[in-house]
Design a binder for this molecule. Structure first.
Ligand code: AQP
Length: 342
């Protein structure tokens, strides 16, 4: 069975983009893959996190995974910092990846902004840790949103260079031609890039200062309806064909969200709503979002009332993840020439 790895950062404000772009895919893949889903708390601290808030957000992402339908017994759910191999393998990858490769990462440029001198070294090396997350489990498939495409290409480059640089000891240790698989990103469906409700050119993001830019997974029905009502749009009615969404970023985004929530294509949505004004479409979208999201929000609240249970899910998952990752790390050490206890 092919193995999947993916992660979500516990940086607060989990939103509809995270849900439709990532978590929904995580749920679907359980029937066809061995799945490992991680709350990547070590990634989160590349930007300052308040300690109490980090722990709270870690439990909240875990609750979202479980409430959405991820089965932590059949698959693995854990938080990254409980498995030491992520940090250990990331160091090795710090020494495999080249400065030039990382300098081209657009997310670093965006997140570091103008004050690059003051960005953490971890923020720069973030993609190496992400490669370690995936490759510690020799995962072959990674479901992510569009924004992570460049980081996944880097993970492929790291795997390729490692396999090449150590080809002699990879073969002599009996690992054949390739130690690490060349991971495939899975970026599909109508919701790979959900945009901000306030600005159709920016992605919906946890860190946007405006609450109105995103639908949070914990929003109640009133908040969802209000945010869609206030969502920026143009004055034209919806087109009947997908082509008519060109140059209308905000309309395109809302139609994409509707399609993803209804499990339809954008063409199907437009065949129902083509010619409608937003005053008709937005309430229909809000009703659909509430119907789909309210049960998840209420299950999250139920789960979060028992943090001890959530922590035990994470610890149990980490024990099983560690067993897989340590085996990979032993192989890496043998291939590199690090002496270890056998
Ligand atoms: N707007 C989005 N549309 C579709 N997918 C998205 N993802 C994030 N935003 C969107 C996907 O969600 C998964 C987890 O994301 P993350 O928390 O690890 O990383 P992120 O990209 O940093 O999330 P945010 O919400 O955008 O946070 P900030 O504001 O900190 O940048 C990933 O699979 C991601 O693709």
């Amino acid at each position: 069975v092919p193995r999947v790895f993916s992660g979500v950062q516990p940086t607060g404000n989990l939103h509809l983009g995270n849900y439709l772009g990532a978590i929904v895919r995580f749920v679907e893949m359980q029937s066809t893959h061995d799945c490992i889903y991680c709350v990547v708390d070590m990634h989160a601290i590349t930007i300052w996190q308040d300690p109490a808030e980090l722990a709270r957000a870690t439990r909240e992402v875990t609750a979202a995974f479980l409430a959405a339908g991820i089965d932590p017994k059949a698959h693995i759910v854990f938080n990254q910092s409980q498995v030491h191999v992520h940090a250990e393998l990331a160091w090795v990858f710090n020494c495999v990846a080249r400065m030039g490769w990382l300098s081209r990462m657009t997310q670093f440029k965006e997140k570091a902004g103008k004050d690059r001198e003051n960005a953490s070294v971890g923020l720069f090396a973030y993609p190496n840790l992400m490669a370690a997350d995936i490759l510690a489990y020799l995962a072959t498939h990674v479901p992510v949103g569009e924004d992570q495409k460049q980081h996944l290409e880097l993970a492929r480059d790291i795997a390729t260079k490692f396999n090449h640089d150590f080809s002699a000891t990879i073969a002599s240790n009996g690992f054949g031609e390739e130690f690490f698989p060349i991971t495939e990103p899975l970026i599909t469906g109508p919701a790979t890039r959900i945009m901000s409700l306030r600005d159709g050119t920016k992605k919906m993001s946890k860190s946007d200062p405006s609450e109105y830019s995103r639908i949070a997974l914990t929003d109640d029905a009133d908040a969802i309806a209000l945010k869609f009502r206030k969502a920026r749009t143009d004055p034209e009615p919806l087109p009947s064909e997908v082509d008519g969404l060109k140059g209308r970023a905000e309309a395109d985004n809302l139609v994409g969200i509707f399609a993803a929530l209804a499990d339809q294509s954008k063409a199907q949505v437009l065949s129902d709503f083509g010619g409608s004004q937003f005053s008709v479409f937005k309430p229909a979208l809000a009703d659909l979002a509430v119907a789909r999201m309210a049960p998840i929000a209420s299950e999250m609240r139920r789960l979060l009332a028992d943090p001890g249970h959530i922590d035990s899910v994470l610890t149990d998952g980490a024990d099983r993840a560690r067993a897989i990752a340590e085996k990979t790390m032993d192989g890496v050490k043998d291939v590199i020439g690090f002496i270890r206890k056998k």
